[in-house]
Every structure is written in structure tokens, then in C-alpha cells.
Design a protein around this ligand. Structure first.
Ligand code: SF4
Ligand code: SF4
Length: 325
């Protein structure tokens, strides 16, 4: 029997998930020793037809990163699903929609207007925007359809496992690969990361007061941040209480609050809603000295971009999914 066959593909994402595969460093050599990479267009010259000629189930595992934003990404995801025994949603964008999913606060025409006409650095006097089909000099040029709504991978094809994070941490990737190679896979649908909140593993947890109360909200650039103290206790919004652990507390260790890229634990359906409810419950609540409604409103107004703060990585997977048109 030959080596297991792995495929990697990139949909709507920044490319960081592809980079993180290289962050495996010398461990990548162990991986290529044990598996055959049969498709990885970002690194090697593979073409779509290489997949099309494969038999159903010929690929053992397809790691697909990125959300689904265009018809080409949807077609590729469906093709890989057909050819792979297992599909892993690789990274926050594939799992939850990620940063590209924030585009669901707008519609396609708003996005094209902004990008191709209104951005100050754009020079486009004729207001040309991408067309799906253009005929020129007897040739027909086509582009994939740019959908109105960004979807998660599992809103497009059935997904077997999820590797969370923006990008997924190399040790979780390595664990997932080893688990797959040993055939010790958990139940389908499992997120391949610890199922407890980041606060539980955070080195600042002991400085988080039992009764939290925020009387002022500050953004990280507005204060000198105490590198030992819980961010929430300093009035800086940290999504650690509503975010899955397993990232190695990357941002916290760099003295920045958690922004939620590992997604929610299995107990939380909507990470953004949970974050809103959590923050609302600690705004100005302090024993006898409660803030007035007006003072609470002033605090809320200090959250500059509430939708982006609470749904930064998870809007397409949330109960809202997108702004209503
Ligand atoms: S809120 Fe943030 S800083 Fe505080 S304990 Fe949780 S993860 Fe750590
Ligand atoms: S601290 Fe939060 S935002 Fe940073 S890597 Fe970890 S889960 Fe992601």
C-alpha cells in the first residue's frame, strides 16, 4: 500500500494558513516522508485537471483553508470533496468565515464600488468593475462569479474535521496529522483543539478578578498595558472568555488581547453573541456603585467597531450570517 495522499487548497483567505504549514519547519520533512502531497498549488505546479482525473476517494485528506467567496472556490471545494475521503476545514476562514467573512456586512455592489471606484488610491475614470465575461478581439475572457455572501466551508460541502486558528498553530497541525496517520480520529465534526476557554490556560488568569467590572473601555494603543494583568481588568476588551484555547496564548504573550481567532468552544453556538452578552454583563457593575444608564451608554460608545470586535472571525458562521439586504 502506498503512502496516504494529502491535498492542500486555498480559497478566500490571506494565505497565512499556507504559510503556517511551512512553520512546521523541519517537521515538514517528517510529513513528506510519511505522506504524498498530491495537490498543493500554492507551492508546486499542480492544476485543476490533476484532481479531475483522480478517482473518487483517491485523496486521503484534503486540507482546505479559506472561506467560500467565488464560484471557482465553490467548484474546487466540491471537486476536492468528491475526491477526498476526509476534508479538514483548515483555519478560521474555512471554519467560521474569518476576516473575509466581515464582507457580509455589505453587498457585492458596495464592495465593488468601494474597491474599484472610491478608494482614494484608485484611478478608474471610466468606473470599470470586473465582469464575469468580456469579449475582446474575438476572444472570450471569463472570471469566476464573485458571490454576494461569504460562506464557511461547511455551508458549501460536508466537512469532517476542523483545525481552528488564524492561522492554526503548528503543534495542532502536527497533532492532527499524526492522529490521522495513526487512524485514531475522533468523532466526525470534531474541532481538533482543546475544548476549554482560553482564560483557563491564560498566564494572566490569576489576575482576573472573580467579580469583573469595567468602568472604562480602552483600546490597546491608548494605554501602557500592564504585561502581567488580565486585559479585562485593565478595561481592554479580550475575547479569552468566549474563545477556545490551544493557540499557545499567542496574542496574550505578545501583550495584546485575544481577538477570538480560535473560535468558540463546543458549548457556544454564536461566539459574537456570547461575547456581547459577556461584555454587557460586566459593564459598570460593581457592588453598590452601579453606573447610570447614561454612563453605561458612554461606555458602549467607546467600543469603536462592535460588529468587527465581536464577530471578527465568525460572522458567516453566526446566527446572523450577514447583514440583511
Ligand atoms: S480575559 Fe484575556 S487576559 Fe484575562 S484571563 Fe482571559 S484570556 Fe487572559
Ligand atoms: S490569543 Fe486569541 S486571537 Fe490570539 S491567537 Fe490565540 S485565540 Fe487567536
Amino acid at each position: 500500500m502506498g503512502k496516504p495522499k494529502f491535498a492542500f487548497y486555498w480559497c478566500a483567505s490571506c494565505g497565512g494558513c499556507e504559510e503556517t504549514v511551512l512553520d512546521l519547519n523541519e517537521k515538514i520533512l517528517e510529513v513528506v516522508d510519511k505522506v504524498d502531497i498530491v495537490f498543493w498549488p500554492v507551492a508546486l505546479d499542480f492544476k485543476r485537471k490533476d484532481i479531475e482525473v483522480m478517482k473518487e476517494g483517491e485523496i486521503d485528506v484534503a486540507f482546505i483553508n479559506g472561506a467560500i467567496r467565488t464560484s471557482e472556490q465553490e467548484e474546487m471545494a466540491k471537486l476536492l470533496r468528491e475526491k477526498a475521503k476526509l476534508v479538514v476545514a483548515f483555519g478560521a476562514c474555512a471554519q467560521l468565515g474569518g476576516i473575509p467573512g466581515l464582507a457580509n456586512f455589505w453587498v457585492r455592489s458596495d464592495i465593488f464600488d468601494r474597491i474599484y471606484k472610491k478608494v482614494p488610491t484608485v484611478a478608474n475614470p471610466e468606473g470599470v468593475v470586473p465582469q464575469q465575461v468580456v469579449e475582446m478581439d474575438g476572444y472570450k475572457l471569463t472570471l469566476p462569479e464573485f458571490y454576494d455572501t461569504v460562506k464557511t466551508l461547511d455551508q458549501t460541502i460536508p466537512v469532517d474535521y476542523y483545525l481552528p486558528g488564524c492561522p492554526p498553530p503548528p503543534d495542532l497541525i502536527m497533532n492532527a496529522i499524526e492522529t490521522i496517520l495513526k487512524g485514531e480520529l475522533p468523532e466526525k465534526g470534531t474541532v481538533l483543539a482543546p475544548d476549554k476557554a482560553l482564560c483557563d490556560t491564560c498566564p494572566r488568569n490569576e489576575t482576573k478578578p472573580e467579580k469583573l467590572s469595567i468602568k472604562d473601555i480602552k483600546r490597546p494603543h491608548e494605554v501602557i498595558i500592564d504585561p502581567e494583568k488580565c486585559f479585562l481588568a485593565q478595561g481592554i476588551i479580550c475575547l479569552g472568555p468566549v474563545t477556545r484555547s490551544g493557540c499557545g496564548e499567542r496574542c496574550i504573550n505578545a501583550n495584546m488581547p485575544c481577538r477570538g481567532c480560535m473560535g468558540p468552544t463546543s458549548e457556544v453556538r454564536d461566539q459574537g453573541a456570547k461575547a456581547v452578552s459577556f461584555i454587557a454583563s460586566i459593564l459598570g457593575v460593581e457592588d453598590e456603585e452601579k453606573l447610570s444608564e447614561e454612563e453605561v451608554q458612554k461606555l458602549i460608545d467607546k467600543i469603536v467597531d462592535p460588529a468587527g470586535t465581536f464577530y471578527r472571525f465568525s460572522l458567516p458562521a453566526s446566527l446572523l450570517r450577514r447583514r440583511r439586504k
